[in-house]
Design a protein around this ligand. Structure first.
Ligand SMILES: Nc1nc2c(c(=O)[nH]1)N[C@H]1C(S)=C(S)[C@@H](COP(=O)(O)OP(=O)(O)OC[C@H]3O[C@@H](n4cnc5c(=O)[nH]c(N)nc54)[C@H](O)[C@@H]3O)O[C@H]1N2
Ligand SMILES: Nc1nc2c(c(=O)[nH]1)N[C@H]1C(S)=C(S)[C@@H](COP(=O)(O)OP(=O)(O)OC[C@H]3O[C@@H](n4cnc5c(=O)[nH]c(N)nc54)[C@H](O)[C@@H]3O)O[C@H]1N2
Ligand code: SF4
Ligand SMILES: [Mo]
Length: 743
């Protein structure tokens, strides 16, 4: 047995822990995985999902060859036949009905795979369709919108400087279980304990007393959806009590007066009944936050997937800005990725790309080229010559992850043609006419491209391949490009070269940049022409802020240097970067942009409704052994008791007549499910909770372990496709009005 040891990062979640994998080269098989004690980021930390990439790779249910559906049976076909079929069907539909008849949905694993990250934008461009959807509009889209408005770039996220703060105020995130989101750092429990040990405090605001809340210094229940009311009350208190200290941020911020005026309508006393947090508590929290030398206010999923997600996302940053905690050590800071995504730009990005086109049925405005996935079903199932007739899904499972899954499932069944780029036959892909599989994470090299932009310390990390893929297997990026090539009568190679030349021209030979003296020819000669992500990464690294500038004798980074280090390379703590990296006109922050201000009236009107708090509302939760919808077929993770339970407070359970272990019927405007009941005082009274990603009961899927061990119910059968955060179009997945009955 020839055992070789491979160091890389775990590709499952943002934490990207360093792992050490022993591979039997003769058998091409992983024999052991452990935490990398020498990785400067994770120091050996792991969670139970670390075995998932191997288990998925070895899963007999996984799709290994292209599948074609005839009736409701799938049969394996060759790659050429599959790609020809996809190309000819999509082309015919596009020719007959125009490019918008072909819609695309991009799913979450895209962000965990550098090839998928690099080529997805190109892929979307080749389609020429305005029907582009993704998991982002059931996730962080309000934050994207708020960042685009404030900083000029939808993907320039400020990240908590967690390891240096004295006060961590966490709204709607459960980093102990999610392992951090828009805040990449392995081992959150250790980091929070370290914060407490250095005399700091953490406060969690959540309608559930989560695992993170248990560890925190303080937990406050909040009525789902009301964070912008709490945040406005904090802004109000900051102004009223003379605690506003933006410092140097004031030099490049507009709208301070407007936000003070807007906050006048939301004193703590006015929002107390609606939020469920009393006025003295809000005032004390605000004073403590303002008094802390270094404080950070952080909001995640529970502040985005709600009725006022954009307002909450904006106000989180506003509270940091007003207290001087934006862009300073221990506050909310901007990482500096080694591949250059966060560098200053010569030209501003102009007005917010918003409403340049609209959805067909509801007339919902696009933002940044995307429409809300909540309109996907109606774009397909509402009559009209211009309806969506074909769908491409790439690493997504919208039937389980987006609102009104049942309607979407029916709509998918009515399509003229559907192709899924995916490794499982699941609730979504089982509707496809053709499924194109990709290599799995351990068969791919990787580079933590996205998570450099969300890391609590600057870092760079390359991951080599673990096992060798079969000769006919294709990585995700190549499948995307093969589909695009067939659709547009060209080749993968020409697309690849086009993208490479475009990127080359953008980063070398540009006056005023550090590679101004490098010509494309010089760079090309050093980068070679091997296809795949590596030459792109090398280009971006060498031209990037820590790069060698294509000078082999220089100290800076190149791909070879990063590859040579078997662990993540720590590039130091986050540094202040404002106003240099702003992409807004005049490099100024518009704190009171019209897109934000005009939604405040809607919030004011909702105040009364929240204050009277009629009936129950539903929120979601994550669990350590799930990753959205797609790891339930991993037996080691799926074992154990039924995890898809309805959490409900004892008083609510008693009033309704529910008992733990029994069933309840949960009904919303759009659907009904019958989960097992789990009575717990970790819930706020009036709020019930289900995990998302379950509901593995659809016929025609091939998820034998999930169906047997953790079928559960689909929480998104209750999520209403009509409830949106209005500015961004993000779905409301938390705070869904429901009725609960004994089953
Ligand atoms: N184990 C595991 N880890 C994951 C994932 C997974 O499925 N499993 N998914 C990954 C993905 S894709 C993401 S985006 C991240 C998400 O990362 P997090 O945002 O940390 O994840 P959640 O656990 O969903 O936390 C959301 C919290 O918001 C609370 N909440 C609901 N409504 C409200 C509200 O109105 N206000 C406030 N203040 N709180 C509210 C919920 O009770 C919940 O505790 O996790 C990632 N990590
Ligand atoms: N109610 C409720 N709904 C939610 C959430 C919630 O908290 N509550 N969270 C939301 C969030 S934050 C997110 S990000 C979305 C996620 O929404 P999606 O991205 O739509 O769902 P996933 O479950 O991540 O689906 C991943 C898909 O990718 C496939 N896949 C996995 N690895 C690979 C690979 O290497 N290559 C390819 N080609 N395919 C692969 C899987 O088989 C699966 O089909 O769900 C959202 N939905
Ligand atoms: S926390 Fe778990 S799933 Fe996330 S990267 Fe680390 S080992 Fe992988
Ligand atoms: Mo997500």
């Amino acid at each position: 047995m020839a055992i070789e040891t491979v160091h890389r990062s775990c590709p499952i979640c943002e934490a990207s822990c360093g792992i050490v994998v022993d591979v039997d080269r003769d058998a091409n098989k992983v024999v052991a995985i452990r935490g990398d004690e020498d990785d400067p980021r994770s120091r050996g930390y792991l969670c139970p999902k670390v075995f998932a990439p191997q288990a998925v790779h070895e899963d007999p249910d996984r799709i290994r060859r292209p599948l074609r559906r005839i009736g409701d049976r799938f049969t394996e076909i060759g790659w050429d036949e599959a790609l020809d079929l996809v190309g000819s069907r999509l082309k015919a539909i596009r020719a007959a009905h125009g490019p918008d008849a072909v819609a695309t949905y991009i799913g979450n694993p895209t962000g965990h795979n550098v090839g998928a990250m690099l080529w997805t934008t190109m892929f979307i461009g080749t389609l020429g369709s305005q029907r582009i959807f993704s998991g982002a509009t059931v996730d962080q889209w309000p934050k994207n919108l708020s960042c685009r408005i404030l900083y000029g770039d939808a993907w320039l996220f400020p990240i908590p400087d967690l390891d240096r703060t004295d006060f961590f105020l966490c709204l709607g995130g459960n980093p102990l279980i999610s392992q951090g989101s828009l805040m990449s750092a392995p081992n959150m429990a250790a980091r929070l304990r370290a914060l407490h040990a250095r005399g700091g405090r953490s406060v969690v605001i959540d309608p559930r007393r989560t695992e993170t809340a248990e560890l925190a210094s303080q937990h406050l229940f909040i009525r789902p959806g009301t964070d912008p009311l709490l945040l406005f009350a904090m802004v109000h208190t900051l102004f009223e009590e003379g605690l506003v200290r933006p410092g140097r941020l004031a030099d490049f911020t507009d709208g301070l007066d407007t936000i003070r005026e807007l906050a006048r309508d939301f004193p703590p006393e006015t929002v107390a009944a609606a939020t469920g947090i009393d006025a003295p508590t809000i005032r004390r929290l605000t004073r403590d936050f303002a008094a802390a030398e270094r404080a950070v206010c952080y909001g995640r999923l529970g502040t985005c997937t709600v009725e006022f997600g954009t307002l909450a996302s904006w106000l989180v940053d506003a509270v940091n800005l007003l207290t001087g905690n934006l862009d300073r050590a221990g506050g909310l800071m901007f990482p500096r990725p080694a591949t250059g995504q966060g560098e200053p730009v010569a030209q501003d990005t102009g007005p917010v790309p918003y409403g340049r086109f609209r959805s067909r049925v509801r007339g919902f405005p696009e933002f940044d080229g995307q429409l809300p996935v909540a309109v996907l079903a109606e774009e397909i199932d509402s009559a009209g010559e211009d309806r969506v007739r074909a769908l491409i899904t790439a690493a997504g499972n919208p039937v389980l992850s987006t609102p009104n899954g049942e309607r979407l499932s029916r709509a998918l069944a009515s399509l003229d043609f559907m192709v899924s780029i995916d490794i499982y036959l699941n609730e979504t892909t089982s509707h496809a006419d053709v499924i194109l599989p990709t290599t799995t994470a351990f068969e791919d090299t990787n580079f933590d491209f996205l998570f450099q932009t969300t890391s609590v310390r600057n870092m760079v990390r390359y991951s080599p391949r673990v096992v060798t893929p079969p000769a006919d297997a294709k990585p995700h990026w190549a499948v995307l490009m093969e589909v695009a090539a067939r659709l547009n009568d060209t080749t993968l190679e020409s697309y690849d070269d086009f993208m490479f030349e475009g990127m080359l021209a953008a980063v070398v030979g540009q006056p005023g940049t550090r590679c101004a003296a490098v010509t494309p020819d010089m760079a090309r000669a050093k980068l070679g022409n091997v296809r795949g992500p590596e030459r792109f990464i090398d280009l971006l690294l060498r031209a990037g802020p820590y790069g060698d500038g294509f000078d082999d004798t220089a100290d800076g980074l190149s791909l070879a240097k990063v590859q040579h280090v078997p662990h993540a390379i720590d590039l130091g703590p986050l540094q202040p970067r404002l106003p240099d990296i702003l992409r807004t006109p005049g490099r100024r922050i518009q704190l009171a942009h019209d897109l934000l201000v005009r939604d405040v009236g809607r919030l004011k009107r909702a105040l009364g409704r929240y204050a009277t708090a009629p009936g129950l509302v539903l929120v979601s939760r994550r669990q350590l052994r799930n990753m959205n919808s797609w790891l339930h077929n991993v037996e080691s993770l799926a074992r154990g008791r039924n995890r898809c339970t309805l959490l409900i407070h004892p008083e609510d359970a008693q009033r309704i007549g529910l008992r733990s272990g029994g069933r309840a019927r949960v009904r919303s405007r759009v659907g009904e499910v019958s989960p097992e009941v789990e009575i717990s005082d970790e819930m706020m009274p009036g709020v019930v909770c289900l995990p998302h990603g379950f509901g593995h009961t659809a016929p025609g899927t091939r998820l034998s372990v999930a169906a047997r061990l953790q079928p559960g119910v689909n929480v998104n059968q209750l999520a209403d496709e009509l409830l949106l955060d209005e500015p961004s179009g993000n779905s409301v997945l938390n705070g869904i009005p429901v009725e609960v009955f004994p089953a």
